[in-house]
Unconditional design. Structure first.
Length: 271
């Protein structure tokens, strides 16, 4: 099936939204689930896998992305810019021209008509919007990216390159693995302890296992970057707790799809 045949009988994607951005006249955004779409490798009933995983057909994933673009923007041709995620601190600025995904874990942009997206299946997605300067960003934060301060440094780049005031910024932390399910080793705690004064507040031991609160770690980075606490919202729950709703690398034992977290600036209507 080609992307142009995105099919009338395919269920629409189930998208989660941040309450503070509902009804926004200038902003597109959404966090996908595994619901909707045409992929059948993980569930014969059809799912919205948006990552070019080894198990799925590339044409099917491309068709899913077209379905998603239409559901979110009304236009199936809306470009979706992604990056080759490598669990680092790097963010790149994305424009509206031809896009060859670079190695990075964050995208920042101010061009209308483009969706910036990151892929996750347990890692933490963070979307940031500047309603004053009309700048948006999407970040992928696994534990390595979080230790590298991908979100904190990404906000700093918004400030340096676009003149954003952190006090104006709004953020949404999307579905990701919670401390209820995210067990880690002492080496991970050591990495956090070496770089963050509040590191011990991110860890607790339960049933003899060390657990990390990765969503909270990224909320703390947003605060450190200058965002107001009231401008940071959590959307969705733990991906590992709800494998019926989300793709989860841990819950699905590594054989799973990918969700997308997207943000973009709506084009100004022609006068």
């Amino acid at each position: 099936m080609t992307a142009s045949q995105t099919t009338l009988d395919t269920p629409s994607p189930l998208l989660l939204s941040a309450p503070q951005w509902l009804g926004s006249a200038w902003l597109w955004h959404g966090f996908t689930t595994r619901k909707g779409g045409q992929s059948t490798v993980y569930n014969p009933g059809g799912e919205l896998n948006l990552g070019f995983t080894p198990h799925d057909d590339a044409a099917t994933v491309t068709a899913n992305r077209v379905i998603l673009a239409e559901a979110l923007t009304g236009d199936p041709a809306t470009p979706i810019h992604t990056v080759r995620q490598i669990h680092c601190e790097r963010s790149v600025v994305a424009g509206s021209g031809p896009w060859n995904p670079p190695e990075a874990d964050g995208l920042i942009g101010a061009e209308p008509g483009v969706l910036l997206a990151i892929l996750t299946a347990d890692c933490i997605p963070v979307l940031v919007a500047d309603p004053v300067r009309r700048v948006v960003a999407a970040f992928h934060a696994g534990w390595r990216g979080t230790v590298a301060r991908v979100v904190e440094l990404g906000v700093a780049r918004m400030v340096a390159e676009f003149g954003s005031d952190p006090a104006d910024l709004q953020a949404a932390i999307g579905p990701g693995i919670g401390s209820c399910c995210y067990t880690v080793g002492e080496e991970v705690r050591s990495r956090f302890t070496a770089d963050f004064a509040y590191a011990e507040e991110l860890f607790h031991t339960e049933a003899g296992k060390l657990r990390l609160d990765l969503p909270e770690a990224n909320r703390r980075q947003l605060l450190a970057a200058g965002l107001r606490a009231g401008s940071i919202q959590r959307v969705g729950g733990c991906t590992s707790c709800h494998p019926e709703l989300y793709f989860s690398h841990r819950a699905d034992q590594g054989r799973t799809g990918r969700m997308m977290s997207l943000i973009g600036i709506r084009p100004t209507p022609a006068q």
